[in-house]
Design a protein around this ligand. Structure first.
Ligand SMILES: [Zn+2]
Length: 341
């Protein structure tokens, strides 16, 4: 893989991750762009002890443009997009409408392909491996920034869950705080260690590996539906080795992740007659804290709001109001369906 970093017209950074060996020609961004959007504001909720990001400027962002106006397609002829080059394999750039910027962190867009009409599931293990390498490289670089406490890699797929651009892409948030979800997980891991002396993530993996909810497994990774799944489709993907984040994965683990992850996404797409809307969350250790990193484990959690053909699960009073989830689908049933499709 070859990496080329350059700048867009308004100063934002763009990084190309190319699979071939040919030298990338420098293509300038010829657009006349206004300065990058203003920063957002972080507010503190004293009851939940959590941050809320106020990003009012994002109301004006591009929303479901027709495919001939897609800002993530390569630039061709007179049609100039966010990606100045006429071709790319994987491209990462700073979001033009970031939820976080400046001293508060950074938001990046990861384009998985220059082909507007494909998806991560369809791209094959070779491209997925490039995506994994790009995720790891961005995590390493963003982790070194003084304002960053955690790097969160994620993908939203499908208009059903509010995706504003159809082009296959994911996002990365470099956050100035540790997410509430990670704080909670690490509290649990700490408590588990105090009570049992064991590693919570290793113990979950061992218990699930022996049970009926495994979906897929290879030498380095296991994908399973968790015992107390909250969502109609929910799959967790754990590495067998205790690693804190993506940069810590070795060559074999990265290739095995690309293979298993693609297989899993294709199975999820085969569950219903239309591609599954899903969210994928990559949980990584907080940076710069050896104690927390030792307690953490890299893992992916994928989930969908689709509970039946044409039907979505909405977060209602119990879930949104009280944080109490109810799931109409047995996790064992979901695991079996995913194994069989
Ligand atoms: Zn596109």
């Amino acid at each position: 893989m070859r990496k080329t970093a350059t700048r867009l017209a308004d100063g934002r950074e763009i990084i190309y991750y190319d699979e071939g060996d040919s030298v990338r020609e420098e293509v300038p961004d010829l657009r006349d762009l206004p300065p990058a959007a203003p920063g957002s504001e972080l507010r503190w909720d004293p009851l939940r002890r959590e941050h809320v990001i106020l990003a009012a400027h994002r109301q004006g962002r591009t929303h479901l443009p027709p495919s001939d106006e897609c800002p993530l397609c390569p630039s061709r002829g007179d049609r100039l997009t966010e990606v100045p080059s006429s071709t790319y394999d994987v491209a990462v750039f700073e979001n033009r409408f970031p939820a976080l910027s400046g001293a508060e962190g950074r938001c990046e867009v990861v384009c998985f392909s220059s082909d507007h009409d494909t998806s991560l599931a369809e791209l094959g293990a070779g491209r997925l491996r490039t995506v994994v390498d790009a995720w790891a490289d961005r995590t390493e670089e963003l982790s070194a920034r003084p304002e960053v406490a955690q790097v969160y890699v994620f993908e939203n797929r499908g208009p059903e869950i509010g995706v504003t651009l159809h082009h296959p892409h994911g996002q990365i948030y470099a956050l100035p705080f540790v997410t509430p979800r990670t704080e909670r997980d690490l509290d649990s891991a700490r408590l588990h260690r105090a009570e049992t002396g064991g590693d919570l993530f290793a113990d979950i993996l061992a218990a699930e590996s022996a049970g009926p909810r495994v979906v897929l497994r290879n030498e380095h990774w296991t994908a399973f539906v968790p015992e107390a799944a909250r969502w109609p489709v929910e799959v967790h993907v754990y590495p067998h080795r205790a690693v804190p984040d993506l940069p810590a994965l070795d060559d074999g683990e990265r290739t095995a992740l690309a293979e298993l992850y693609g297989d899993l996404l294709r199975r999820m797409d085969r569950l219903y007659d239309t591609p599954l809307p899903y969210m994928s969350a990559c949980h990584q250790a907080p940076v710069n804290d050896p104690g927390l990193r030792e307690l953490s484990r890299l893992r992916f959690e994928l989930f969908s709001v689709r509970r039946a053909p044409g039907k979505l699960k909405y977060l209602a009073g119990t879930e949104s109001g009280a944080g109490v989830f109810s799931n109409d689908v047995a996790p064992e049933t979901t695991a079996q369906r995913l194994r069989e499709v």
